[in-house]
Every structure is written in C-alpha cells, then in structure tokens.
Ligand binder design. Structure first.
Ligand code: FAD
Length: 391
C-alpha cells in the first residue's frame, strides 16, 4: 500500500474534471492527482451530443483543448417552436453579438481532446482508477482506490468531486435535492432529406422537447420521451424509428432517411446542497445535473471548473491555504447565481412547455412570439444561454 500527499485530488476524469485539472496544471505548480474510473478514451463509447456555448468555446481555447477537437459544427441560428401551437422564435448570431451561437461536438470527441491535452501536462493522471471510500477531516481529504491491482491511499488539502455525484453520500453534510422528470432522452445521429445549414431546432411537445443539432453532415437528435416510449423506440427497427420521428418532429426538414446508433438516458434534476463541505468542492454533474433542454449542463459544469480554478489560483497567489472554509465559501458564492439560474431556466422550460394545459400552451406560444419581436429580450436570452449569468 502506498501513501501519497497532493494539494488537490480530483475524483472523476469526465470532461469537467479534466478541464479543472488542466486549468490548474497550466497555471500553477500545485500537485494535482486526477482519478478516472474508466479506461482509455478508446473505451468511452458515449454518443451524446454536447452543444457548447460560445463561452465554453473560449474557455476550451484558453486551455489548448479546442485545437485538438477532431470535429465541431457551428450553430448560426436556433429555431424554437411549440408543436401544435402558434408562435416561434429564431435566434441568430446577430441577436447575440457573437460569431456562433454555439458548437456541437460529441461527448467522445471532447473526452478524447481533453485526454490528449492532459497527457501533455504535468498532472498525475490515472485512468482505470475507481475510488472506493473517501472521507475528510479538518486538515485533509482521504481517498482510497485501486490501480493496476495496487491498493492506494492518498490525501490532499482539497478533494474535488467531479464524479457525476457517485461518491457525495460519503461526504459529511452533502445532500441532494432531486426532481424526477419521468422522461428519457433518446440520442442518435440522423440524416434528413434537407441538408443541415447550421440551424439548431428546439421543438417543444407535450411529451417533452425534441432537439436537432447540426453535427457534420448529420443532425444530432436529442428526443425526450416517457420511459415506456423510450424502451419501445430503442427496440424499433430503423425504418419504424425514422417514421415515428418524422411524425413527431414534422416535415420542416423533409423525411428522416438514416439513423446511427441509438442510446437512452434517464432524466432528472439533481443538485447538491451545499456544493462544498469540509475540504471538498463539487463541480459539474456532481454539483448539479440538469435536463438537457437548451444544452446547459456541461456549459455550467465547465464554468464551475473554471471558477474553482480561479478561486484556487487567487488563494495560492495570496499565500493562503487551499481547501479552507473561507476559500470554499468564496467558491460557493461565486457559483450560486449561475448554478441556480441554470437550474431554474431548464426546469421552468420543462414545466411550462411539457404540459397538457391548452391555456398555458397558448401563453408559451405568445411568449415565443413576443420574444421573436423584441430584440432586447432575444439578446438577453441568447447571452444568458451563451455566457450564464455573466451574459
Ligand atoms: C442526452 C444528453 C444530452 C446532453 N446535451 C448537452 C448539451 O448539449 N450541452 C451541455 O452543456 N450539456 C449537455 N448534457 C449534459 C452533459 O452531458 C453533462 O453535464 C456533462 O457530461 C457533465 O460532465 P461531468 O464531467 O461533470 O460528469 P460525467 O460526464 O458524468 O463524468 C463523470 C466522470 O467521473 C467518473 N467517475 C464516476 N465515479 C467515479 C469513481 N468512483 N472514481 C473515479 N472516477 C469516477 C466517471 O467514469 C466519469 O468519467 C447532456 C446530457 C445528456 C444526458
């Protein structure tokens, strides 16, 4: 059994954990350990699309990750509609004053780009390292994991949970507030008769939103359905699936002519209260897991990572100790409004649009029309989606 000490141990090398590790290792001499349960990126088989905001693009550029992405597709327009009701909004790059409203990448490609960049850094990065118990005291966080058949115990001044929320129950005082949406997201790459031209479609229906995001020559589909429908749709043959999708989405892009592999994700809103504890900070999905509507989750998680890195760097440049209660309080305060805003924004969209109340549906349609006709409202919403509360 080996015993090692670090300044920071990050548990979870998903996109948010890796981004945090890179933001710290590029800008400091802190000793950082990053532990990821999964194996090498070749084994990360996750086809979910991620719509990255312009703000995330800027952060990934600063980290030297953007240039390593093998494929990204710019979004120049977002078309928002409400199935079966009047009203729609079209957001453009001019409305938001940015070169692109966002970029679509897939989870796997982003994981790979972050991984490649991590290998060039001075991080201690271990894949295939699943953390089992972790605990904290006043002075340190303690972590046990096994790697290549060797049991290890390490300690660090600050533990960061970037594990999607798997281990938080082991940390003192952290609890989760959860709302089950009783919805699943079906994701797949689909091709339509009409070619994609950089337009992303978000269509609200009473079952939940369906999004088609431009992705290379395809559209990346994120289709929200009930858990029962998800099982049925995942089991359908390709032709039935494409017909059902066309019935649901409508004829705006013509017929759906091809689909890639389909995957399903159960959806819930889950957030940690509080997002820090003794010697511990939570980031990304460990801090808050959102509904994928409007593509906010990773963008918010990346801002968690970026702001936590800033707080740590400010603390060390003032020759103060990291992981102390004042530092953790400052991090929590920095993130409160943005995290709350992301939660309320996505949760309200789902509650307002995924319902059967005709009057409310008409009000939503009216809201879309009003937004479409008032550039300041459009600009506010677009910049809120792109930069979080700082927008
Ligand atoms: C269908 C769908 C579509 C989405 N679309 C968008 C979008 O368009 N835009 C957007 O911004 N967001 C989107 N999201 C949200 C986005 O996927 C998440 O917010 C993002 O993946 C969170 O990253 P993370 O690194 O915090 O967590 P994860 O991606 O869950 O990574 C956690 C990592 O921790 C590791 N881990 C877990 N337990 C341990 C352990 N015990 N020891 C070591 N490692 C461990 C896991 O292996 C994993 O690699 C979408 C989500 C879904 C489901």
């Amino acid at each position: 059994m080996s015993l090692e000490n670090y300044d920071i141990a990050i548990i979870g090398g998903g996109p948010v954990g890796m981004a945090l590790a890179l933001a710290l290792s590029c800008n400091s001499n802190l000793s950082i350990l990053l532990l990821e349960a999964r194996g090498l990126p070749e084994k990360v088989d996750d086809e979910r699309p991620l719509a990255l905001s312009h703000g995330s693009h800027l952060i990934l550029q600063r980290l030297g990750v953007w240039e390593k992405l093998s494929q990204f597709t710019p979004i120049n327009t977002i078309h928002i509609s409400n199935k079966g009701y009047f009203g729609r909004t079209v957001l453009t790059t001019e409305d938001a004053g940015v070169p692109a409203l966002g970029y679509v990448v897939n989870y796997h490609d982003l994981f790979r780009a972050l991984y490649d960049k991590s290998l060039q850094s001075n991080l201690h990065y271990q894949t295939g390292a699943a953390v089992q118990p972790c605990a904290t005291d006043d002075q340190l966080g303690h972590v046990q994991y096994s790697h290549a058949g060797i049991e290890k115990t390490i300690s660090a001044k600050l533990l960061v949970l970037a594990d999607g929320g798997q281990l938080s129950s082991q940390i003192k005082d952290i609890t989760y507030q959860t709302t089950e949406y009783d919805q699943w997201a079906i994701v797949a790459n689909v091709r339509t008769e009409e070619q994609q031209t950089g337009v992303a479609y978000e269509r609200f229906t009473s079952d939940g939103p369906v999004a088609l995001l431009p992705s290379g020559e395809y559209f990346a589909l994120v289709w929200t359905v009930s858990p029962e429908a998800a099982k049925e749709i995942l089991a359908m043959d390709e032709n039935r699936f494409l017909t059902r999708l066309h019935e649901h989405f409508g004829n705006r892009l013509g017929q759906f002519v091809h689909t890639g592999k389909r995957s399903g994700f159960p959806l819930a809103l889950k957030y940690a209260v509080p997002a820090t504890s003794q010697r511990t900070a939570l980031v990304g999905n460990a801090a808050q897991t959102l509904h994928p509507v409007a593509g906010q989750g990773f963008n918010l998680g990346l801002r968690d990572a970026y702001e936590l890195a800033q707080e740590i760097l400010d603390t060390t440049s003032n020759s103060k100790e990291i992981g102390t209660p004042p530092m953790l309080t400052r991090y929590r305060q920095r993130r409160r409004t943005d995290s709350q805003g992301g939660r309320i924004f996505t949760d309200s969209l789902i509650k307002l649009f995924s319902n059967e109340n005709t009057l409310l549906k008409h009000c939503c349609g009216l809201g879309l029309t009003i937004m479409d006709n008032f550039p300041p409202i459009k600009r506010f919403v677009a910049r809120r989606m792109i930069f979080g509360t700082r927008g």
